[in-house]
Ligand binder design. Structure first.
Ligand SMILES: N[C@@H](CCC(=O)N[C@@H](CS)C(=O)NCC(=O)O)C(=O)O
Length: 282
């Protein structure tokens, strides 16, 4: 992958996918020679972020072309003046489709599925009332459950020591892992049951959003799949549907997350993040 230009703290690179939705490689562009295509949808992303990975994976898996705008969270680029013009929320992902700007990964995923419904297979976000309701049920549940609990374990394991300057207290870590396990139990027992995917025989946005959240603590070296054969089999099915190469590409940075603290430590913008993390951890 080539970074093609730096404009106002946001790096651009272009992705291209084939008609079958599989990644065909990057269009290597010299942005300083070639102006950006004004009609190309832009996705502002940092693949350390779970919601960013879901949007990235979906767009690539179904073959929606986009320009990748890197917002390096560890470098504090979400606080840059340029990014502030895109979203005052200062969070990623953000989608810019023409002049239409949309935040919130779930809203972006649904927008993309609906906008491209003629080319995106129905199973991603089924038109059937009840099937769609089941996808929405999972998407509504996950925010305060699997996402909250997986993120907490991730933050405690990856960032707590550097932000707080001490080891994570055992009871704090144990409680976070217990909450995560409860969410994983519910994913298995309520949502997955004995089906291949959350809504049945086919992958949907629900599976995509679930897997990216689970991979967050996995990136810190915690094998959350241990002793969960049903979840392992589901993970393998999801990977196969997305394409192993694409899945690994999306998760490459999170699987190397142990280097993040060093990167942040050498960064003066870290100071802006410290009060925020202290609030989460205290
Ligand atoms: N509910 C939002 C969550 C977005 C979010 O929290 N993004 C995080 C990364 S996972 C972020 O940009 N954080 C930057 C910050 O808080 O400074 C979504 O699903 O898109």
């Amino acid at each position: 992958m080539r970074l093609t230009a730096r404009r106002g703290g946001v790096l651009s690179r272009r992705w291209i996918t084939g008609e079958d939705g599989r990644h065909r490689g990057n269009v290597v562009e010299a942005k300083h020679l070639q102006p950006s295509d004004p009609d190309m949808m832009e996705l502002y992303l940092d693949l350390h972020s779970q919601p960013c990975r879901s949007v990235f994976l979906f767009a690539k898996a179904v073959g929606i072309p986009f320009e990748f705008k890197l917002v390096d969270l560890a470098a504090g680029q979400q606080y840059s003046e340029d990014f502030g013009k895109i979203s005052i929320m200062r969070k990623v992902p953000v989608m810019k489709d023409g002049s239409f700007i949309l935040t919130e990964s779930v809203a972006i995923l649904k927008y993309l599925a609906q906008k491209h419904s003629s080319s995106v297979a129905d199973h991603w976000y089924p038109a059937d009332l009840k099937q769609r309701a089941c996808v929405n049920e999972y998407l509504s549940w996950q925010h305060m459950n699997l996402r909250t609990h997986g993120s907490k374990v991730f933050l405690l394991r990856a960032l707590y020591p550097i932000i707080m300057g001490s080891e994570v207290p055992k009871e704090k870590m144990d409680a976070a892992i217990e909450d995560l396990n409860q969410s994983l139990n519910l994913l298995e027992e309520k949502f997955l049951q004995n089906k291949p995917f959350i809504i049945g025989n086919k992958i949907s946005l629900a599976d995509l959003v679930a897997i990216v959240e689970i991979m967050q603590p996995v990136g810190t070296g915690l094998d959350v799949f241990e002793g969960r054969p049903k979840l392992i089999a589901w993970r393998e099915r999801v990977k196969k549907e997305l394409g192993e190469k694409l899945f690994d590409e999306a998760h490459e940075v999170i699987m190397k997350v142990t280097s993040l603290p060093q990167k942040m430590q050498s960064n003066s913008d870290l100071e802006m993040l410290i009060p925020k993390f202290r609030k989460i951890f205290s």
